[in-house]
Ligand binder design. Structure first.
Ligand SMILES: N[C@@H](CCC(=O)N[C@@H](CS)C(=O)NCC(=O)O)C(=O)O
Length: 217
């Protein structure tokens, strides 16, 4: 089995987090020659995006949330599904909220590398969307837990860690250290989550592409 992935992609990072936490023997590889829009990759995933999980018989599964659920069904031993239905609903919410409401914002903010090319109105609107999205996450997080849902590692953490890391990158690139700090439960969660070793591994992989965005502070 192999996962087509890119280090910075929060969607691919979600799945890598699950693979590491479940200790699965899945090769993590870059897109094939021709890239995401080449014939070889489009034959697997016509959307031309990472991640795609390719099974040993060649069956290809795109879409991070679908891959995460497949890995839960196929490898239930180290389950990332919380035990209580309500906690599982919350973990899934942490996948849905960014996808539906605010993941476009860091993408917009980080897509313009040169500060001189940034349009103030576009930046302001993306920052507002980001803030609103973080407030939704804050609303549903437990206070005082280093985990997203159910008191242990779950799909909710696979969702939140890569996204909060993308927000942390926005903070550095734009000199806005307040973006996460304004949301007290998100800030406490992020503080604790970053020092957990498997989370830290994925955070480091994502951050490996930081130099492209300019000098870190
Ligand atoms: N809904 C997809 C989104 C995947 C996605 O947007 N991947 C980005 C990287 S963060 C990508 O491959 N972009 C390349 C492109 O769209 O050309 C998922 O959850 O897997």
């Amino acid at each position: 089995m192999k996962l087509y992935s890119a280090p910075i992609s929060p969607f691919a990072a979600r799945v890598r987090l699950s693979i590491y936490r479940k200790n699965l023997d899945i090769a993590i590889v870059p897109p094939p020659d021709g890239g995401l829009k080449g014939d070889a990759y489009l034959a697997l995933n016509p959307m031309g995006q990472v991640p795609t999980l390719v099974l040993d018989d060649g069956f290809a599964i795109p879409e991070s949330a679908t891959i995460l659920e497949y890995l839960e069904d196929r490898f239930p031993a180290t389950s990332l599904r919380p035990d209580k239905a309500e906690d599982l609903a919350r973990a899934r919410l942490f996948l849905r909220l960014p996808d539906l409401y605010f993941l476009g914002a860091p993408r917009i903010l980080l897509s313009v590398r040169n500060p001189g090319d940034r349009k103030p109105d576009v930046v302001a609107s993306a920052m507002e969307s980001l803030g609103r999205g973080l407030s939704y996450i804050d609303h549903f997080l437990d206070a005082d837990s280093p985990w997203a849902a159910g008191g242990r590692a779950s799909l909710g953490d696979c969702a939140l860690i890569p996204i909060l890391n993308a927000v942390a990158l926005v903070e550095r690139v734009y000199g806005r250290p307040d973006l996460i700090a304004r949301h007290s439960k998100v800030a406490a969660y992020w503080r604790a989550a970053q020092i957990e070793p498997i989370n830290a591994r994925v955070i480091a992989e994502q951050m490996a592409s930081v130099p492209k965005f300019g000098p870190p502070d």
